[in-house]
Design a protein around this ligand. Sequence first.
Ligand SMILES: Cc1cc2nc3c(=O)[nH]c(=O)nc-3n(C[C@H](O)[C@H](O)[C@H](O)COP(=O)(O)OP(=O)(O)OC[C@H]3O[C@@H](n4cnc5c(N)ncnc54)[C@H](O)[C@@H]3O)c2cc1C
Length: 297
Amino acid sequence: MHQASMSIPEYTAPATLDDALGIKKERGAEARVIAGGTDLILRMRDKVFSPSVLIDLRRLSLDGIALSDNELRLGAFVSLSQVLESADIERLFPALPAGCREFAGPPIRNRGTLGGNIVNASPAADLVPPLIAYDASIVLSSSDGERVLQLMAFFVGPGQSVMEPDEILTEIRLPLMPASSAATFIKLGQRRSMAISQVNLTTRLSVDESSMVSEARIVLGSVAPVPMRAVAAEEFLLGKELSEKLLNRAAKKARDEVTPISDVRASLSYRLEMVEVLVRRALLATWDELRGSAPDG
Ligand SMILES: Cc1cc2nc3c(=O)[nH]c(=O)nc-3n(C[C@H](O)[C@H](O)[C@H](O)COP(=O)(O)OP(=O)(O)OC[C@H]3O[C@@H](n4cnc5c(N)ncnc54)[C@H](O)[C@@H]3O)c2cc1C
């Protein structure tokens, strides 16, 4: 137990978002939001962060899930367990709960939040590739107002984002997908669950009435300092009819686009090989899913 060496910050649970944002404006990076605490507490123990104030937002009802005609809005405090319990998410954005199922064990899933997984800005964050594949945008609030940005534009480097010290992540927005869409999440870790990803990815394909690819997303985690999209491979697929050969070629292109790092979890050549294998597997599974859900079978 090293707790004795961790300096104990002030703790506050403001009653309104304005109060929370007021504290952020005044104290900046000294004041940290605590959501599930699954990551923050470890970092405080290891002295990566030594905040003087912890802001708990649980009184603000930031854990809502609201479906409208054109999008799904998720509060930043929605937990992984809540994602897994939502029938709307399972039906409309199934790669997100697929990511949650591969994520740690039930105690962490009960506490850990979507917002915490995003703000951590870990290159290995498991929920970020599915969210990016669904074109998620996020709402960053400050006492000056709010700004909405594409999740893809949030990340700057490992643990680093464009979030300003006076901002709080309040909401995640997912636009509804075109009618014929499917997505697949795959995580490769050293062990099943409780493992940091060596490679994690999500592919999404949408096709038009003539079965041509209208949208393609290939989003990879753990292969670069920030989550990345294999843009050339995505573009290669656009306007084409799906076939095994086409998807094999797209997977090769994705491999050419990544420049992964070697680290204790996996070597560079192993990661490159895995990118091609996993992108191919994910694209084939996504195509299968699309065919399965097509009106004509
Ligand atoms: C045993 C274990 C297993 C794990 N397994 C996985 C795994 O399989 N996959 C994976 O991706 N991660 C994993 N994690 C990491 C972690 O659990 C997740 O990243 C989780 O989603 C973090 O959410 P949280 O609510 O606990 O965040 P916290 O720890 O509360 O916060 C994380 C960071 O985000 C900031 N923050 C949180 N919410 C907001 C907000 N709304 N606005 C501004 N800043 C905010 C905090 O200040 C802090 O810096 C694991 C952790 C542990 C301890």
